[in-house]
Design a protein around this ligand. Structure first.
Ligand code: DX5
Ligand code: ZN
Length: 235
């Protein structure tokens, strides 16, 4: 059974903790803790060492954590050929797959492959890519992910200069009357989550800020859930 991202609200701040900041020697324990903490889904950063200058984890890890987790798996593919691997990640247990518009494959073909594999679809832009790059695909996706760091590593600082891009995409989503999750990823914490929310992003990816929060994961998730700021003010 797949979890359906489309059943989740787009007018509330949701949290997708990034497993990249978890303890890789105790994944099931950390996932159980973040689930109890109230995470809305689990963000899985897949890196191939070519699209980004780092290698993280892939299919076997996702397959094995799937056995013990009831969370929606939000896979973020930072890989050159998402079209080729969509089905492989869907079969491993991903419910939702986000790919990069900058990947080497044709975006429309990647979207079709992800749908065919039974997952919801997200399209992502790196910091240097303009919002307009994803506009032709807006009607075809369930999520847009705006990177607020250069992809490849956890623990980097939030790029506040990405906020106009978030606002531009939010405006376009509203203009077209679509119900799409708008996700920000990279350096999101108690301070920056309200900023992202204020510009229109309602789905916050947070690795370090959740898995390594000094007051524990439940506190971290609560803080981000409460960063509703001025979500509907259309900045
Ligand atoms: C970066 C990844 C992020 C990252 C976030 O390439 O896409 O999901 O793990 O980590 P933090 O929240 O620590 O910046
Ligand atoms: Zn990510």
């Amino acid at each position: 059974m797949k979890y359906d991202l489309r059943t989740l609200p787009t007018d509330k701040v949701l949290v997708s903790p990034s497993l990249l900041a978890a303890d890789f020697g105790n994944l099931d324990k950390d996932i159980a803790e973040v689930t109890a903490a109230g995470a809305d889904m689990l963000h899985l950063d897949v890196m191939d060492g070519s699209f980004v200058p780092n290698i993280s984890f892939g299919v076997p890890v996702i397959k094995s954590i799937r056995k013990n987790s009831t969370l929606l798996f939000d896979a973020h593919l930072m890989i050159d050929h998402p079209q080729k691997y969509a089905k492989v990640f869907a079969d491993a247990g991903a419910d939702h797959i986000t790919f990069h518009v900058e990947s080497l494959d044709d975006p429309a073909a990647v979207i079709a492959a992800i749908r065919e594999a039974g997952c919801t679809v997200g399209i992502s832009v790196k910091p240097k890519t303009p919002a307009s790059a994803i506009f032709p695909y807006l009607e075809m996706v369930d999520m847009v992910l705006v990177m607020t760091v250069e992809p490849g590593f956890g623990g980097q600082s939030f790029m506040e200069d990405m906020m106009p891009k978030v606002a531009e995409i939010k405006k376009e989503i509203l203009k077209r009357g679509l119900k799409i999750q708008l996700q920000t990823d990279g350096g999101v914490d108690a301070k920056t989550s309200p900023v992202a929310a204020a510009y229109g992003s309602n789905l916050q990816v947070a690795g370090t800020a959740v898995f390594r929060h000094p007051e524990g994961m439940a506190k971290a998730v609560e803080i981000i859930h409460n960063s509703t700021a001025v979500l509907d003010s259309n900045i």
